[in-house]
Design a protein around this ligand. Structure first.
Ligand code: XBP
Ligand code: MG
Length: 258
């Protein structure tokens, strides 16, 4: 475990507060395809424990609409609805409905300038990720990431460690040379399972989850004019996350590893 050489960002809830847009996109897909289902915020908070939009649909039918499983092939129906949902989500992004969270754009730029490799590790589908990066980071955005682990690139989604292991392998880096930034308990478990130190930025749907094992839990990455709140861990006098603070947290991890 040496110097900090890579930072791996989760997408939904971390780079941007996307989940309510995903929820609305699911509801628009249900209406478009003639299904009477509508997911409210309370139900969606529960359904979000299942990572992956297609897996989430099948979980919903198993739990709340078992009759659907008797008359439809769940995989085929989930794929059909997810295609429509992803279209609605992309349309919302194009309208600028989902900006990056405080500090995300700034920190990505600072890390790039410091020569620290960037990657994304998400259970969202590749199409979803590409639409978000294009909308919020522009046409060159995708090329800034050394690796993008998304959706079905691994068989087991978060909280399984697979997507983080997949990304580390493609970055050509060891877990001990990197940090992960996440928003959810599932994401924390996934990254820790891959041996990564994790910094949590709480999001709308993940406050109150169990973040034991995180190096720090923050309200967000912060900006000079939008100081972060430190919920657990120590940021010293820092009021926003910058390269120096990430290096400090990484060094603390190196020292605690012995
Ligand atoms: C969050 C998810 C995703 C999104 C929906 O991913 O679990 O499934 O909710 O996106 P992460 P898709 O926090 O790991 O970025 O419908 O494309 O899966
Ligand atoms: Mg997330």
């Amino acid at each position: 475990m040496g110097e900090l050489r890579g930072v791996i960002f989760d997408v939904d809830g971390t780079l941007a507060e996307t989940e309510d847009a995903h929820r609305v996109a699911f509801n628009r897909a249900f209406s478009e395809l003639g299904f009477g289902w509508q997911w409210g915020r309370l139900l969606y908070r529960e359904l979000l424990w299942v990572a992956g939009g297609k897996e989430r649909l099948i979980h919903y039918w198993r739990t709340y609409q078992p009759a659907v499983l008797e008359r439809e092939d769940p995989q085929a129906l989930a794929a059909r609805i997810h295609e429509a949902k992803s279209r609605h989500f992309a349309a919302m992004l194009e309208q600028g409905a989902v900006p990056l969270r405080p500090g995300a754009k700034r920190l990505l730029a600072e890390l790039g300038e410091a020569g620290i490799r960037l990657a994304l590790a998400t259970t969202a589908s590749r199409a979803t990720v590409e639409a978000l990066v294009l909308a919020d980071l522009g046409p060159e955005g995708i090329s800034r990431f050394a690796a993008i682990g998304a959706g079905d690139c691994v068989p087991a989604k978060k909280p399984a460690p697979d997507v983080y292991r997949w990304v580390l392998e493609r970055m050509g880096l060891a877990a001990g040379d990197c940090l992960a930034i996440e928003d959810s308990e599932n994401g924390l478990k996934s990254a820790r399972g891959a041996g990564l130190e994790v910094v949590i930025t709480l999001s709308t749907y993940t406050d109150g989850q169990d973040f034991r094992g995180a190096r720090a839990v923050l309200s967000d990455l912060g900006e000079p004019d939008h100081p972060m709140r430190v919920i657990s861990g120590s940021a010293g006098r820092k009021r926003w996350v910058d390269v120096e603070l990430l290096r400090r947290w990484h060094e603390q991890a190196v020292r605690s590893e012995g």
